[in-house]
Design a protein around this ligand. Structure first.
Ligand code: SAH
Ligand code: SF4
Length: 369
């Protein structure tokens, strides 16, 4: 607005129209004088909101979306909606019973594809197609909030920046999106978690962010030592475990905040009992308030690893718990529709037909609402 010779507070009016009233056309920004709206339209300004182009629904209620970022670009990115349980309120006549979910988590992408090339991850197969803008990252969230009629401030919604891409290799746009989601959409950064493969300069910048605008931090550890980690995650050769931990130490934590270490269990590769003891030692030595999130590896075409045996997963969990490490097992969500961790890939227009496992619950027709 300032650039086109208008007062700065007009920018605030535009932001409110975009993110709270969620208008779809410049002509609908009724807080702006009519003349200004006409001028913006004449100069070619458009509201190009990311829209859900396709939706796939899993047997467990998870939905995976192909979100088209801009009307002029067929490229889509993946976003996932994970409703959690019905909390027992269904059918009791309460207002909440109308909803099929009480809490939900939205998994958001920060890039189309990813350049980090972790060997176990399907997204890596795409390479990096492009960075998403701050608006495209925040826009995924807005599109999903609308689809599920989420009442911001009343319904419990968590965001995880764990979709496609490495958020800390698109740092400015990622943090720009966080600011939009906090300031304009009204979501709390304490209900947001960003996961990184260990991009040290990104973690160092993150440590400087004000606490009221900073999501929680998760680190994809995924291996008990540098040797195994470097084989699985080539990025470890640039920033080994000690360098990552050193950077994480600089992040000033809020009261009761903990750092999450994600650990993908690869059958026979990272799921042995000796690995569990090594991980326990490693986490303890950091001295950080931390917890470990175990993720059983999710399969994908062309990725040659094995899912861990359920007994190995349970033994690993117990070993960490036995060493006093807070440990959680992340339940795979939406595996049947390729929505689970590390499975986001089939996203680029023309990528190929959905498999028989995809239950398509909303074609392009649902976009035009
Ligand atoms: N790029 C970021 C965030 C997206 S990946 C990162 O790597 O941290 C989110 C999580 O999914 C990471 O912890 C990653 O290690 C894990 N992951 C990747 N591929 C997986 C797979 N096939 N099965 C299970 N988890 C996987
Ligand atoms: Fe990229 Fe994360 Fe997949 Fe590694 S695990 S390739 S960093 S999306």
């Amino acid at each position: 607005m300032v650039e086109i010779g208008e007062p700065a507070w007009r920018g605030r009016q535009v932001a409110e129209a975009l993110y709270q009233q969620r208008v779809r056309d410049v002509s609908e920004i009724t807080t702006l004088p009519k003349g200004l709206r006409e001028r913006l339209a004449a100069e070619g300004w458009q509201i190009a909101r990311p829209a859900i182009a396709r939706a796939f629904q899993s047997a467990d209620g998870t939905e995976r979306y192909l979100v088209q970022c801009s009307p002029d670009d067929p490229l889509t990115v993946e976003t996932v909606w994970m409703p959690e349980g019905d909390g027992g309120e269904a059918g009791d006549g309460s207002e909440e019973a109308a909803k099929e979910w009480r809490r939900a988590t939205i998994c958001v992408s920060s890039q189309v594809g990813c350049a980090v090339n972790c060997q176990f991850c399907l997204t890596a197969k795409l390479g990096l197609q492009r960075n998403l803008t701050a608006g495209e990252i925040a826009g995924q969230v807005v599109a999903v909030l609308e689809r599920h009629a989420v009442r911001v401030g009343r319904d419990r919604v968590n965001l995880v920046f764990m979709g496609m891409g490495e958020p800390f290799l698109n740092y400015d746009n990622f943090m720009g999106a966080v600011r939009l989601l906090v300031r304009e959409v009204g979501l709390s950064p304490q209900r947001m978690t960003v996961s990184t493969s260990g991009i040290v300069p990104g973690i160092e910048r993150f440590a400087q962010e004000p606490p009221d605008l900073r999501p929680k931090l998760a680190i994809s550890l995924n291996a008990p030592n540098d040797q195994i980690r470097a084989e699985l995650m080539p990025i470890n050769r640039k920033w080994p475990i000690a360098a990552v931990i050193e950077a994480v130490r600089r992040v000033p934590l809020r009261p009761r905040e903990r750092i999450t270490f994600e650990y993908v269990l690869l059958g026979g590769v990272t799921d042995r009992p000796e690995h569990a003891s090594e991980v326990a030692r490693l986490v303890r030595r950091t001295g950080l308030p931390a917890k470990v999130n175990l993720i059983a590896w999710n399969p994908g075409p062309g990725v040659e690893y094995a899912t861990p045996k359920p007994e190995a997963v349970e033994a690993f969990r117990q070993a960490l718990a036995g060493e006093g490490i807070p440990v959680y097992l992340r339940q795979p969500r939406g595996r049947d529709i390729f929505a689970a961790c590390g499975q986001l890939k089939r996203t680029v227009a023309g990528w190929g037909p959905p498999t028989s496992q995809d239950r398509d619950v909303g074609g392009p027709a649902s976009v035009a609402t």
